[in-house]
Ligand binder design. Sequence first.
Ligand code: NAD
Length: 260
Amino acid sequence: MLKGKSALVTGSTSGIGRGIAEALADQGVNVMLNGFGDAGEIESLRADLQARSGGKALYSAADMTRPAEIADMVRDAEAAFGGIDILVNNAGIQFVSPIEDFPDDKWNAIIAINLTSAFHTIKHAVPGMKARGWGRVINLASAHSLVASPFKAAYVAAKHGIAGLTKTVALECAEAGITVNAISPGYVLTPLVQAQIPDTARARGITEDEVKRDVLLAAQPTKTFVGIDEVAGTALFLCSDAAANITGANISIDGGWTAK
Ligand code: NAD
């Protein structure tokens, strides 16, 4: 169904973005990867996705804090693939601090990567989608696009912002065959989260299972992590014809977190 379409996934060298890129490649979608990491590992991933897709897989090292690099990345993907059909805005970082100590540079970086980069990718990719009369924009938001937690001022502000950007662009594109949606996961066991568990267990003198249940999953009623495959599966569904009238939605995959 998606075979032969082309996707750009920001922040896809790791975690959720990587999972979405792999799921799209498995459907025969050309994929442009983006993000930081070891050059050899990124090249292996690119080659693997190219083999899995039966099409093309490319990599852009564009830094999501730099608008000119974002514009070049979109232009390069359009030139290589003949257009971007699916845009997944996933790149994101986190920093945790009380507001009075929150460093200005961390605020600016989180707003730039988690929110403003999506403005730039959408701005540059939408004209091509409109010209072809089909498009899917998927923004990785978070449970923190709907509710707050203390000490995450920049992250919560950026994620609430991307929820608003999603709704606005959905309305602007509603008659153009383009859907624009957000996916809002709770805690996902990405390598980044996994790596924190042994240290937290040592620091608190509790077991790794207790860290997962009582610390990381304290707000998540199911007490289970969201799987990367669950987020990727939702992204694939949003790309499908069955989701043609789902637009402007913010889909929670949070084990009941935001139902409370
Ligand atoms: P991750 O750290 O595993 O991956 C982040 C990706 O973004 C990496 O590929 C990294 O290289 C890239 N990146 C970071 N800064 C960049 C920059 N300046 N330019 C280009 N790429 C950059 O993180 P993840 O857990 O997979 O998170 C992915 C998205 O999902 C983020 O938007 C995050 O806020 C969101 N999310 C994550 C969780 C979770 O529990 N892991 C929950 C809800 C939402």
